[in-house]
Design a protein around this ligand. Structure first.
Ligand code: B3K
Ligand code: ZN
Length: 885
């Protein structure tokens, strides 16, 4: 906590470390009221840092220093200087050993950073700068060391003692304590350090790597969760195999461990050999976790495992390079999920998420480039821009170089930089060198913030039989960046004939056509491409597979969009055409609503969706995606000034119209799919996800009819389903329905049935928090008093407060500002307890510029109230002050 302004760290100020740490030997003595940490650091002057012996400055936070020795000589108080978060001393030789002992208090650590307690167990979270809360250290990713770690604790309470690497020794003491020593032979930065102690049970399996080494796999959980680990274990083995095949990457230690903890600030953490997971990202069982939860577990297990190479073996030089590991690893996990499930559906989900959330970030006060130039608090930069847009940037490199070229580049990158802490430039250089390519201009994607706009116009010359597409790119100003240089925008496209055929693509000057789908690189502010030998005016299918993270503008008519929905060979663009049609129809309805006119919906949307519903050859998951109207949040994002109430009214009207006009086909599909679900035991695979997705969206529409026979179907699904996917969808449909007594009963029986499962209770909180029925704020306030709720657990905060402010737009944006006041109160309470969670929760308030002047004033007033509320963490201070700037 601080009263003065936190200092700003700049990328341009980077300097190599003055000293290096070759070996780190740690001993932890865990007690209920304190923990003793002894650190022995074998250090030397960094030869790259110049001559002489400058003072050594170590990082530390909230450490009680007990003793300090340099080369075995005890240091007296005058031999070193203790600053607020630093310890400085003067080495007297090039090589030396530093021993320190400190006392820390994990038992009172509510920030969940450093060493802390989650329930009865000890665990750590060190990325980005949590290791300095454990011991005095050079807590920066370019200082890489081997580690040996001895953990000692009471045997009865903490039978399992874990750290990174392999266990090399253990023993018991007479006083009921025991100890284990772990050795991690791979040099790593401190942010990858981990320690766990607790009464844990494990599920065990093994994996034989491509070179024939056997690796022990263990997932540690509290005993009641042993039956919920199989899906994560299967996902882990699939990930290990996939990374060998897709990227040639083999696992390197003899053991790989995952530990599930209940109190965790994010999804999971890739600590070397000892991944620590939020229990929500590892536990999955048909009866307690939805299909979405199963897919999330698979993706996060893969993501953390893939970090072993993209992040651990090759790590980041400094935190400005965060996307080097995160963007690349998100792309890798997306490619994995695409291979395990429906690739098109995965792409649709990712793009919808990016356009709704990352585009909003890019247009807001916290906008920053994929490689930021500066920060106050690095924890605030684990953003959608660094992760999701970062992944899009690497995907574009693959699109430009081709799959084979990209693989050559990644092979070179891993080989060249194994064991090093490197930069985004090193990554791009490896891609260039392996392909003899020039990505100089492309690198603007790393340094320029904001979402580019790409406006496309067409001209068909009947006499010359040519078709010209002209692209104009521009990018809005973002904080600190007023003007932008043109990006390299890969545009994958095809041209369709009137009968739906894909036309051969021959550019002016080419000897022969090159396929029917190809990538053009738009590199200028304005640039034209002319296709020749076209006997008719084609319809372009642009930005296939969302080949670049831009806002594409092309004046499609609604009939053309319907045509693309049916004929485009690119599955993503078929969905995209449907979305654009829906957006056009919804914007028209929003306009009618705002002008006080009666609402009338374009019949063509119904027609298009009807033919999809009736086509049994289509992937049901795709049909489900196409039936989902753009979210209120997405409609907010694309509005100049978002009219929350009109958006909600128009979208609800459209849903009811579709529900009544498509009642018959929805009913047919629901009945068939529900019957199959009834007769099939739960399977977590793409085909089954697809069936249930269509079944459940059909149910949600049908329930809008408010018919009692449909209510009976919904109640039956709620009562008799053997899995959480069907049960929770039925509950969500029920609680948004007008059947008040059924709502209450269902909520009550659900809570009774699952009161001992915190992850299921999170879902129970979420469906209620997101319900748009009026009185939402009061319901959330009441739920905060529920015995299962606590502000101390980040999952609970996200499930209730996060879902309310992030998804329940009509209630959160109540015109009297009570929703804003509520959120600000929670941020102020959390600021002292858990700054990272407080800062995350702020997101919706930072978007105040999107709303009408009345709401703007109310939102700003709450931000100002937070700013004036007392000692703010650097996390909250940075977001609030930048939002108000
Ligand atoms: N690398 C971690 C994120 C750490 C966040 C620290 N505030 C999880 C991941 O991206 O895999
Ligand atoms: Zn990651």
């Amino acid at each position: 906590m601080r009263t003065e302004q936190p200092k700003v760290i700049h990328l341009k100020d980077y300097q190599v470390p003055a000293y290096l740490i070759d070996e780190t030997h740690l001993t932890f003595e865990l007690y209920e009221d304190r923990t003793l940490v002894h650190a022995q650091l074998v250090m030397r002057r960094n030869p790259e840092a110049g001559a002489g012996l400058p003072p050594l400055e170590l990082h530390g936070q909230d450490l009680e220093l007990v003793s300090l020795a340099l080369n075995d000589r005890q240091l007296a108080a005058g031999d070193y200087q203790l600053g607020e978060e630093s310890l400085t001393l003067q080495p007297d030789s090039e090589r030396f050993t530093l021993d320190s002992s400190v006392v820390i208090h994990p038992e009172t650590n509510t920030a969940l950073e450093g060493l802390y307690k989650s329930g009865k167990m000890f665990c750590t979270q060190c990325e980005a700068e949590g290791f300095r809360k454990i011991t005095w250290y050079l807590d920066r990713p370019d200082v890489m060391s081997t580690f040996t770690t001895t953990v000692s604790a009471e045997k009865q309470r903490y039978p399992i003692l874990l750290s990174n690497g392999n266990p090399i020794a253990s023993g018991s003491e007479d006083d009921g304590r025991h100890w284990v020593t772990w050795e991690d032979p791979f040099r790593k930065p401190a942010y990858l350090f981990a320690l766990v102690a607790g009464d844990l049970w494990c599920v065990e399996d093994s994996f034989t790597t491509m070179s024939g080494r056997e690796v022990a796999l263990r997932i540690y959980v509290e005993p009641e969760n042993l039956d919920k680990c199989q899906h994560a274990m299967d996902s882990l083995k699939r990930s290990m195999k996939w990374d060998e095949e897709a990227y040639g990457r083999e696992y390197d230690l003899d053991i790989f461990m995952i530990v599930a903890v209940n109190d965790f600030n994010m999804g999971a953490m890739e600590n070397k050999g000892l991944n620590i997971f939020n229990s929500s990202a590892v536990l999955a069982h048909a009866e307690t976790a939805t299909d979405a939860a199963h897919q999330r577990v698979e993706a996060i297990v893969a993501h953390e495992y893939f970090h072993n190479w993209s992040g651990n073996r090759v790590t980041c030089r400094d935190w400005f390079q965060l996307s080097l590991k995160e963007g690349f690893t998100v792309l890798r996990d997306a490619q994995f999920s695409a291979d395990m499930n429906s690739a098109t559906v995965k792409r649709i989900e990712d793009v919808a998420y990016l356009r709704t959330h990352q585009f909003a970030e890019d247009a807001g006060p916290m906008a920053h480039s994929v490689r930021p130039e500066s920060y106050m608090e690095i924890s605030n930069f684990y953003t959608l821009t660094v992760y999701e847009k970062g992944a899009e940037v690497v995907r574009m490199i693959q699109t430009l170089l081709g799959k084979e070229g990209f693989r050559k580049g990644s092979d070179l990158y891993f080989e060249r930089h194994d064991g090093q802490a490197v930069t985004v430039d090193d990554f791009v250089k490896a891609m260039e060198d392996a392909n003899d390519a020039d990505l100089g201009q492309f690198k603007r994607w790393y340094s320029q913030a904001g979402t580019p706009r790409l406006a496309v116009s067409e001209r068909y010359d009947e006499a010359a039989r040519t078709y010209t597409l002209t692209f104009r790119q521009s990018c809005p100003p973002t904080p600190g960046q007023n003007s932008k240089e043109p990006f390299v925008i890969p545009v994958e496209l095809g041209l369709l004939a009137a009968d739906g055929r894909e036309l051969p693509l021959r550019l002016h000057g080419e000897a022969a056509p090159v396929g029917t789908s190809r990538v053009l690189a738009v590199t200028e502010a304005e640039q034209s491409f002319t296709f020749v030998e076209l006997d008719e005016r084609p319809l372009p299918s642009l930005l296939r597979g969302f080949s670049a993270p831009v806002k594409l503008e092309f004046p499609y008519s609604r009939d053309q969009l319907m045509f693309l929905m049916q004929h485009d060979s690119d599955g993503f663009n078929r969905w995209e055409a449907g979305q654009q049609l829906s957006v056009q129809v919804l914007l028209e309805l929003i306009g009618q609503q705002q002008r006080g006119e009666p609402l009338a919906m374009d019949e063509r949307l119904t027609m298009a969706l009807r033919s999809l519903l009736q086509d049994e050859t289509l992937d049901p998951a795709m049909v489900a995606e196409m039936l989902s109207l753009p979210s209120e949040l997405y409609l907010t994002e694309i509005s100049e000034v978002a009219d929350v109430d009109a958006i909600h009214a128009a979208r609800e009207f459209a849903r009811r119209e579709l529900a009544s006009r498509l009642f018959e086909p929805l009913y047919q599909r629901y009945m068939t799919h529900r019957e199959v679900s009834r007769q099939t035991p739960y399977v977590a695979s793409a085909e089954h996800f697809a069936r249930r997705a269509l079944q459940n969206i059909a149910l949600a529409y049908l329930m809008l009819s408010e018919r009692s026979d449909i209510l009976a179907l919904c109640l039956d699904q709620f009562d008799t389903a053997d899995n959480m996917t069907e049960r929770l969808s039925a509950l969500a449909s029920l609680i948004n329905s007008p059947f008040e007594d059924k709502r209450a009963l269902a909520l009550q029986s659900f809570a009774e049935q699952f009161s001992d499962n915190p992850l299921v209770m999170d879902q129970w909180f979420s469906v209620q928090a997101a319900s748009p029925l009026s009185g939402g704020l009061e319901r959330v306030q009441t739920l905060m008093q529920h015995p299962a709720f606590t502000l101390k657990n980040p999952n609970k905060v996200r499930a209730l407060i996060g879902a309310f402010a992030g998804q329940n737009l009509v209630n959160f944006h109540r015109a009297d500002g009570a929703g804003y006041r509520f959120l600000a109160d929670q941020v102020i309470a959390l600021n002292a307890m858990n700054p990272q969670i407080a800062s995350r929760l702020l997101g919706p308030l930072t978007r105040w510029r999107k709303y009408d002047s009345g709401r703007q004033a109310l939102m700003k007033a709450e931000l100002e109230r937070i700013l004036a509320s007392g000692e703010l963490s650097s996390d909250v201070y940075e977001v609030v002050s930048k939002s108000l700037a």
